[in-house]
Design a protein around this ligand. Structure first.
Ligand code: AMP
Length: 257
C-alpha cells in the first residue's frame, strides 16, 4: 500500500445497548425504546477499532477516518464517541424516528462515499437490533466494489488488502485492491475505551448534520412491515431423575428415544 492513501468510512448504528434485555412493546410490533440505554452497535465499534489500528500500524497510510450514522438526532452521541476514540470527522444523516431498511442505508452510504471520494468502507457484519447482515453487501453491490465479509484479520501489504475470514473448521484469506468493502466479525479485535481528555477533544471535531434530502433522498423508502414480534416460549421446569435407568425410562416416556 505504498502510494494509495486510505480514506476510510466507518458507518456506525445507534442500537439498544448490548447488555440490556430488550422488552417487547405493548402492540407487539417492536421493542420498547423509551428509557432504555442506547450505544454504538458493538460490531461498528470493532470496525472503528480496526480502522484506528490500520492507521497506527501503517504510519502515513490512512488519510482520514470518517464516521457516519443514519438515525435519530440522538445518534450524535455515538458519533461523538467514535470521534473520541479516534475518528477525525463525522456525519449524521438525521432521519428522526423513521426506521431505515438496509438497502436505503446502503444507498445513503453510497452517496457519502461518492461525495467524499472514500476508498475503504469498514462496517459491522450486523447490527444487533435487526440482525439484518445486509448493509455492507448491498453497498458493495451498489458501488460495484469487491467485498470481504466477516473479517477476523485485516492486513495491508503493498497495494493489496488481505482479509481472513473464519469458516467452518478453518480460515479463508482473500485479497483485493482498493476500493473495497470490509465487514467485521466479533473476534477481530477488542475496541478501546474513549479517555476523558479525548471525549473533551471530540467535542471540537467536525460533526456534519444532514437530512436525507441533502443526499438526494426526498423520502425514506421502506418495503417491509413488521407483522408481529413475540417472546420465545417460556421454558418448562425440568425433572430430576435418580439414575440412568430412570433417565432412559423418562426419555422413552417422552418419546425422545
Ligand atoms: P445490518 O446490515 O443492518 O445488520 O448492519 C450492518 C452494518 O451496517 C452495521 O454494523 C453498520 O456498520 C452499518 N449500518 C447499518 N445500519 C446503519 C445506520 N442506520 N447508520 C449507520 N450505519 C449502519
Amino acid at each position: 500500500m505504498s502510494s494509495t492513501k486510505l480514506k476510510i468510512l466507518v458507518p456506525v448504528k445507534r442500537v439498544i445497548d448490548y447488555a440490556i434485555k430488550p422488552r417487547i412493546n405493548k402492540t407487539h410490533t417492536g421493542v420498547e425504546t423509551k428509557n432504555v440505554k442506547f450505544s454504538i452497535n458493538p460490531f461498528c465499534d470493532i470496525a472503528l477499532e480496526e480502522s484506528l489500528r490500520l492507521r497506527e500500524a501503517h504510519k502515513g497510510i490512512v488519510d482520514s477516518i470518517h464516521a457516519v450514522s443514519i438515525g435519530p438526532t440522538k445518534a450524535q452521541d455515538i458519533l461523538r464517541t467514535a470521534m473520541a476514540k479516534g475518528a477525525d470527522t463525522s456525519t449524521l444523516v438525521d432521519v428522526g424516528d423513521e426506521i431505515v431498511e438496509p438497502l436505503q442505508v446502503a444507498k445513503m452510504l453510497k452517496s457519502v462515499v461518492e461525495k467524499q471520494g472514500l476508498n475503504l468502507v469498514v462496517l459491522g457484519k450486523q447490527a444487533i437490533d435487526d440482525d439484518a447482515n445486509q448493509t455492507g453487501q448491498m453497498l458493495a453491490g451498489l458501488l460495484g466494489w469487491p467485498q470481504a465479509t466477516n473479517a477476523s484479520k485485516v492486513e495491508l501489504k503493498d497495494e493489496e488488502v488481505f482479509v481472513t475470514r473464519e469458516i467452518d473448521g478453518g480460515a479463508e484469506t482473500l485479497k483485493a485492491k482498493l476500493p473495497m468493502i470490509i465487514t467485521v466479525d466479533l473476534r477481530l479485535n477488542e475496541p478501546r475505551y474513549a479517555t476523558l481528555p479525548n471525549v473533551m477533544k471530540a467535542k471540537k471535531k467536525p460533526l456534519e448534520k444532514l437530512k436525507p434530502k441533502d443526499l438526494g433522498f426526498e423520502s425514506i423508502e421502506n418495503r417491509l412491515e413488521v407483522v408481529k414480534v413475540e417472546e420465545p416460549p417460556a421454558r418448562q421446569a425440568g425433572v430430576k431423575v435418580e439414575n440412568v435407568d430412570e433417565l432412559v425410562a423418562k426419555l422413552k416416556e417422552l418419546k425422545a428415544i
